[in-house]
Design a protein. Sequence first.
Lengths: 1527, 469
Amino acid sequence: MRLPESRGLYDPRFEHDACGVGFVAHVRGLRSHDIVERGVGILLNLEHRGATGCDPLSGDGAGILIQVPHELLAAEVEGRFELPSPGTYGVGCVFLPRDPAARARCQQVLEDKILGTGQRLLGWRTVPVDEAALGPIARQSAPVIFQVLVGSTTDDEQGFERKLFVIRKWAERTVRESDIPGRDAFYIPSLSCRTLVYKGLLLAHQLAKFYRDLEDPRVVSALSMVHQRFSTNTFPTWQLAQPFRLLSHNGEINTVRGNAQWMRAREQLFDGRVFGEDVRHILPTITPGGSDSAQLDNVAELLLHAGRSLPHVMTMLVPEAWQNDPSMPAYLRDFYAYHACLVEPWDGPAALTFTDGRQIGALSDRNGLRPARWLETRDGLVVLASETGVMDVPPEQIARKGRLEPGRMFLVDLAAGRIVEDDELKRQLAQQKPYGKWIRDNAIHLDEIDDVTEVPGAPAPHDLLERQRVFGYTTEDLRLLIAPMAEKGEEPVGSMGTDTPLAVLSERPQLLFNYFKQHFAQVTNPPIDPIREALVMSLRNFVGGEDNLLFELPDHAQMLELGSPVLTNEELATLRGTHQIHFRRPATLPIVYPVAEGGRGLKAALDELCRQASLSVLNNHSVIVLSDRSATAHMVPIPSLLALGAVHNHLMRNGTRMRVGLLMETGEAREVHHFCLLLGFGAGAVNPYVALDSVSELARAGVLAGVRDPAVARKNFVKAVNKGLLKVMSKMGISTLQSYQGAQIFEALGLSAEVTERYFTGTTSRLGGIDLEDIAEECRLRSDAAFPRRRAPSPGLDTGGEYQFRAQGERHLWNPKVVTSLQRAVRDEDVKSYREYSDLVNQQSRGPITLRGLWNLIPADAPLALSEVEPASEIVRRFATGAMSFGSISAEAHENLAIAMNRIGGRSNTGEGGEREERFLRLPSGDSKRSSIKQVASGRFGVTTHYLVNADELQIKIAQGAKPGEGGQLPGHKVDAVIAATRHSTPGVTLISPPPHHDIYSIEDLAQLIFDLKMVNPKARVSVKLVAEAGVGTIAAGVAKARADVILISGFDGGTGASPLTSIKHAGVPWELGLAETHQVLVKNDLRSRVVLQADGQMRTGRDVVIAALLGAEEFGFATAPLVASGCIMMRKCHLNTCPVGVATQDPELRKKFEGKPEHVIRFMFYVAEEARELMSQLGFHTVEEMVGRVDRIRPRDVNEHFKAKKLDTSALLVSAECAAGVGVCKSLDQDHGLERSLDHQLLPEVRAAIEQRERVRLALPIKNVHRTVGALLAGEIARRHGPGGLPEDTLHLDFEGSAGQSFGAFAVAGMHLHLEGDANDYVGKGLSGGLISVRPPRAATFRSDESVLVGNVALYGATSGKAFISGVAGERFAVRNSGATAVVEGVGDHGCEYMTGGRVVVIGKTGKNFAAGMSGGYAYVLDQDGSFEARCNPELVTREGLGSEDAAFVAALLDEHRRVTGSAKAAELLARWEETLPRLVKVVPTEYRRVVEQLEEQRRAAESAAPTVDDPLPVPRGNRHSTEAE
Amino acid sequence: MGKVTGFLQYPRLAAPKRPVAERLKDHREIELPVVSERLAEQGARCMDCGIPFCNTGCPLGNLIPEWNDHVYRGRMTEAVQALHATNNFPEVTGRVCPAPCEAACVLGIHAEPVSIKLLERSIADHAFARGHILPEPPLSRTGKKVAVVGSGPAGLAAAQQLNRAGHSVVVHERADRIGGLLTYGIPDFKLDKRLVQARVEQMRAEGVEFRTGVVAEAGELRARFDAVCLAIGARVPRDLALSGRELAGIHFAMDYLEQQNRRVSGDRIPDERAISAAGKRVVVIGGGDTGSDCIGTALRQGAASVVSLEILPRPPESRDPTTPWPLWPLMLRTSTSHEEGGERSFGVSTERFAGGAGTVEQLHLVEVAERAGRFERIAGTERTLDADLVLLALGFMHPEKSGLLDELGLTLDRRGNVAVDVNCMTNVSGVFAAGDCQRGQSLVVWAIADGRRAARAIDAFLMGKTELG
């Protein structure tokens, strides 16, 4: 019943799930069977949010939680025993092993615990089930399901409920620790006197068939809470189905590892004060093996039973964004601040529903990343679910409807008989105790300390140099990393990926930091934009000793509150020097050891350090500072991360971690990555004194551009680190530093298990690697190089060579010889030169650089003749070029790749910048510049319906290797007229790609986007691009279940136009790991046969291709290599627009220098294919297909000469994927996309006349939420036939009535009018390309349109043209990334018009927070009803002003149209009183856009006056600003 | 760093030179210093490449982007530090190196490369002028003794490095002055000998012992030193075994150049041995650097005419397609001496010398064409050329075998150079070789690189590991 064990690269810890959630309840607590039926009904309507695996009849899980059905139970046990009155007995649902003996033993345990806690065993009931309702996989793994009935021995219902909790925890642990065979099957879904859970590995429609009780009319309840699961695996796991005991969760806890660890540490502070004796039985709080949601449920239960109310508990664990919200009442901020001293947020996207049987509620995460819509009927029903339309309610019955807003809670109090609004609820919570006073009296702020300590001045340059040497600084560190941070307050940007050895393969001493790779979010949860959505982010942190979590006292607030985790030297000195009361002064422990003593010395120093740390705890210090200030050439610093890991884990293990905060005073930390690691492994703050002193010195030396004052430079540096930290956190979807701290969002690459287990407990390290001895050896090498014993040290620092090649620096795969031999080969058609090139790359003669460099291929006993291997012309069809946007590279370079790939039948990729339409047409020469792969990225630039139908493959870029989890920015100076036209934007205006796809916050969202794309272009295969990291295989399994046709695994090292250096080097892992894991996991889940697997990332040679195939890929992508073949010389200046060879620049002069020819690329591809063929012949494979997954043909080579490489064990990659007979190991089956079951498909025959003959067709029909992506298939058909112009206005008019499913009207083109009377879910008008969408409330509805939510989140995402009229309120992110559509809406949620670059949006109702964030083009007109708009508008890029006469006329006309189309009363009202309305309208204008538009206007006028007219593109200023271009 | 758009903004500036008429009057250096603003612009032209091909184009692996940036920012102290990190004698290479780095400069693909050599010289000169060339003695002495034989650029580089690593180094020089070809090969108008002298002083202050006028003897070297580094150059010149070769007035270029260098240094050359171009019709055979030096020297001595003969055809004016970037380009090179006068003939071969009274008077020439690596005479193109002084600048073949190499029993390679393993060691343990004597005739920059490499190898040989970069 549990997940399989780890094998190869599969690890069950990486599993994710996402889901549909919902509940229905009667406000006044009226119990009925109808409520249960309605709950089941909701599930059925959410079924599309779940998934099935290889077995289409076995779902991922579904369940329902109801109140204890006393009538049923009483009748059922009648005759055997008597049930006391409701509330005085508990009922548990118990999963038991099928083996009778084992089952009996489990039952015995449970009975023992019932008696052991002084309660009464009433008896057992066999739950009637129908196993025929199950799918085969579910049936094989089904447990025996009983209910246990427990009688209370107390009058205190609360106390009894607590006892039941103790019984369950105790029994669970006892069985878990027993030797009962099949004990894994033992699981108690619920045990309560109030609620009962029915759940299992079921599809929604199977639930009520399987559990016979659910159709029994005696089962009555006033509430039902349901859940439909979509998991990333196909394994039979009954117990991971939801609801859990208290809650259901649609989402993902990104910080779960840290949360769980901190919880374990906090348990150590529990004493007998709440649970008495029982405290022993309830630990561990978190049951091993549970999902993130299950763990959250565990903690929520504990806190609930300890005495807090359920809303209180949920608010503590999942607080809203309070840190940066000035509009929040002070009492509420105090409440959150106080609780921040107790517990860090469980951070991540979440729609949580919860109930204790008396109250039922829901809450959304701080960013509102999971949808939830609710309505209340006139007869007292309340329904809340992931979608609207899940329950049929006649419009006139609806009293109110709404959506769960970010960070808000929604509670139905059945006892009180009413809905409690968020404001009221939180006010009640916040006023339970004088939290504000407690905080003010106890918490310490550094800037409030008045006895500030003076710090000694900066070290003399000579001393600084010595310190820099001690910590291995290079000139590159100063030049490329630190100086830019000190100059601009931003992380430096680089390009073209990384090609240096993994730290463990380097021969230069590496900082321990370099052995860790950052994780990032992909698919199952979105990264955040830390700049545009700064309101949810926070670096605020609390440091110090904690107290028992189970109750609350003023003392809990005795913490040091820090606004930034980077401490300046002054701040640390102040902290040490202060005599402020309440704060026990920090203990400083040195972290140095004598270098001469090597590994043993290091070990001894670490042991002593841990001993000292424990002593400090005993001595009641609440903060420990680990300091390497005393380091010298001989007493070298212990790598700061190792010292921290040792102390943190030591204190964790001995249960005292929560008594102290840990601060780092280290000269080592200088890169953003270093700070991330120190904080991510548990430090509360870091003082990087050498980095700060270096910054001061650079300023003093006059090296910093524009910064002379050392204090300003230091401030900039700290700012850059903070910004970088936010970015890294946001990549993982984590909003608060508090949650990031200790969350260990890293994977180790090249560290031995011995090191990770002891010092980085819980961190994945899949290849083993170096131990303490080797770490000490690296310290010695660093010390030796910096401090020669004989030679006078050189007056400068080592050169580095990590980011830019240096002959004496780090090795690079792209080096001068490699580049020139490749260019010579393709220019002169010189095979010998290609050989030279591939030998240089493959042999990695100066030592291994990549994982594949550690391997040899095993030749076949009987090699094939070369002629027996499939021809190169076949192999090159499996090749693709990487996604590089037109914009990041020049038109010349982009088209060159397309022509080349089209000639050989391979695929080129548009990248995310769209493609000019003329390229869709074949050239007279027969060549084609059309990119066969059209990318769909988060910015949706140029993604029109016409673009989509002109593709053979549609690629959803979830992440890119160089900067997974990040967005990008194309600075205005690169956006010339052509690029602007292609991207549907304005020349000269900066374009921003958001970090997430705003229509992919979860796996079921991805399934939806795949469905959307399939609908619009059924002929194209849909691929999903992922980046390798631990767990990518599991994600890929989810992606395969979401019905992708192709999955691309990119290595972390892939190239890029621009990316922060931290991301280029430290995020993600090599494709070898990701690919091997993906193949293994897909085969294990029998999903591999449904998808094509592609790999890319620094792929260069035929050998690379063969290795990728052996690891599981059947297609291969190349990006940098074909660019080099086209003339790129690895300037790594793509982000500066100064590429001197015309590849990565838009400068017209520099573009002239492009000398690449299609032949160069073609020769490269063929050389690679021929090299692959030769290897295939040696290996004995006829075709690429035969090679796929044949890891048995790889063996590690001897690398004994390399002291670190020899410690690596790559065998986990070389595990043949487990598979039963008949399981496919490469693509052989097509996905069932279910297009023919779609509404559009059914409509097609009826509307054919419109599509084909342009005849006017008008249809009226009902619609339901299960009808998704309505209109897209028709739009695709029209675009395919009629091109970008579509059809004449109103040719195809469809009138719908009901609740539309997701993506209503997606990609609708000109000539289509989709009118909906009812409401709609998320993504209305996604990618709108000229069509008209109108939505109005049902005519019978009585609720006010401008107060009720009519359409869901993310409407008009990426719309390029067309119109939308919404006579009601829209959810979050209305018109996000709109670049040309016109819309009217009567209210919007948070982040309205985010990243908009064009078009016009009129909002005649309330707007949410953060309106116009990242908006760089177009106009918004907002009715400021109550003067609150100013506070809700993000002023960073826009200004607000009144309407001029042109604008006023435009808005009036548009409102009139809105009124006509939707019958909007609001519009009518505003127009009727236009004189009063006009002054209340605010025009929102992007600043940069205004400038450019005025400039264009001026030019137009100048051109008009000077005949003849010239179509001159806007002169684009040549600049050198750093930018972060997306791919 | 650097200036991102510098290369688009500023044109290349070549080293400014004194006017020809003026410089022909003396033997002082031709190139002039550049004002710092102009220099900074030249530094700003550096594109700070992801792969700086200059860095590997230079045999020393000079950290060119680093010092370009320093110059741009006016940080001359840091610049010279970066220069010295890889190069012991930048003031020399900044003057006499043909600058393969510039040929490899990425900017050179489509435009004029960065003036790397000019920057190098300027940085070094700046440091000399400010007195920043200070001794860098070792922190401690190893007690090991190393003999360096030969004091050309390879020997000096090896000696300086070894001494800095704490070994006691004795440089053995057969001539009366230290410097080898730096002192006696390269004319003063290209390299002021005071610079060589300054380096010698620096090394002396660091603790290097110099012995001039000594013939190193194998037995003594082996007995008294823990390691030996041979850097004796490839001094055997290529000759032209033609009829009339015995005639007076035909000299090896190096004999001619050495005399002039001695004169400039104040030595008196006895008349009977003096070779002078004054008033003579001079023919220089060989179109390489040495030939060019002969032209400049002859012109300064007041030659009536100077003709230089080159057997290879006239190279193209710009980079030949057979030598694409970043290779050293095949192209016509015009040295400062060529600017000063004389006439250049290409594709011409000397068939014999003719003369009267035992003195050369005429050369018999024929035009040749290159076919399959051989030069074939073109019938009907025979002609004669009058000459009073013929200088043979045909390059060098290998080191002198007799003497030290024989005594040490060293194995030679096919070309007659000292054979060494990857660690620069000869077949005799503890005996190493560096520079032209093992590489064959080459550039000063290669000699320095070899000297440094040998020093690393010797340090590792003596100590088990090396501290030298």
